[in-house]
Design a protein around this ligand. Structure first.
Ligand SMILES: [Zn+2]
Length: 81
């Protein structure tokens, strides 16, 4: 059995708090001028940023490339019109 506090935490009925966005309006796609919603870093930590359109376009090649990925395309504001 865990401590009473741990039991309270385990049984808490709460909505998970989404993490604060990392990418801002100042972050731009490396392939166009649109706002970047995805940032990937390779093994050397070199970042690439993409808008939702280009993130989808290069998704297949990014899967093998990316060591660290920030994907904020699901926050509701990034859908291409
Ligand atoms: Zn783009």
């Amino acid at each position: 059995m865990g401590s009473p506090v741990q039991t309270l935490i385990d049984n808490a009925d709460y909505e998970p708090v989404p993490p604060a966005p990392v990418l801002s309006l100042m972050d731009r796609c490396d392939r166009c001028i649109q706002r970047a919603w995805v940032r990937v870093a390779n093994k050397k930590g070199l970042p690439l940023q993409f808008c939702a359109h280009h993130a989808r376009k290069f998704e297949a090649s990014l899967i093998g490339f990316a060591q660290d990925t920030i994907d904020e395309t699901d926050n509701g504001f990034s859908r291409d019109k």
